[in-house]
Design a protein around this ligand. Structure first.
Ligand SMILES: Cc1cc2nc3c(=O)[nH]c(=O)nc-3n(C[C@H](O)[C@H](O)[C@H](O)COP(=O)(O)O)c2cc1C
Length: 179
């Protein structure tokens, strides 16, 4: 592996779906993680992504009841990712790209601070409206993703490998060099 800390963090990140330790997450860490999300690029700099960290035990319990994912049941904090469909100066919408960039920044920030997480979007979708109601999220802003934040209680293992580099990346055109 590399000697570059950023690359090490990128390559060691993996979706973690195990249990979390009970240890609460310091506010300064949750703030740093959200600042990493906010620092992400956004199309036409529209900054369409917003974030809510939840560390209040009673509120966490209510969200866990609405989203009964086994791994998330043990998480000491969540970060909820919100998006707004705002058109860019070029007439295009970039909110999906914007929140994806913010999420990846936060996943990497968590990893670098010693936390594990998983990008829960597909599984959260059916519960998103109810969680949004609970958090008093106004109309026009959608909850799209839930990120648990916590220290792994189980072994962190990469469950799904990536396709070989040669199948996904090329130099100077989409043909193997020498062909
Ligand atoms: C848009 C998006 C939605 C995802 N939604 C879920 C989800 O709802 N539940 C889940 O367990 N993982 C979800 N994931 C995580 C992927 O399953 C995971 O990133 C993929 O299997 C590759 O594994 P890795 O993150 O360990 O590299 C999502 C990832 C992305 C990018």
């Amino acid at each position: 592996m590399s000697v570059n800390q950023t690359l090490d963090t990128i390559f060691s990140r993996t979706s973690y779906r195990g249990s979390f330790k009970e240890e609460p997450i310091p506010r300064e860490d949750l703030t740093a993680i959200m600042e990493a999300g906010i620092a992400a690029p956004s199309g036409c700099n529209r900054q369409t992504t917003s974030l809510i960290a939840v560390d209040d035990p009673k509120l966490l319990r209510k969200i866990k009841d609405l989203y009964p994912n086994p791994s998330c049941q043990t998480a000491p904090a969540f970060i909820l990712v919100l998006t707004q469909q705002i058109v860019g100066v070029d007439g295009h919408y970039y909110h999906v790209q914007d929140y994806a960039a913010a999420i990846e920044n936060m996943l990497l920030a968590m990893k670098s601070l010693g936390y594990e997480s998983c990008w829960y979007e597909g599984n959260v979708r059916p519960h998103a409206a109810q969680i949004a109601d609970l958090l008093k999220i106004p109309d026009g802003i959608s909850l799209v993703c839930l990120l648990p934040v916590g220290i792994a209680a189980d072994e962190v293992v990469r469950t799904k490998g990536k396709k070989p580099f040669q199948e996904r990346a090329w130099f100077n055109g989409m043909v193997s060099e020498g062909q």
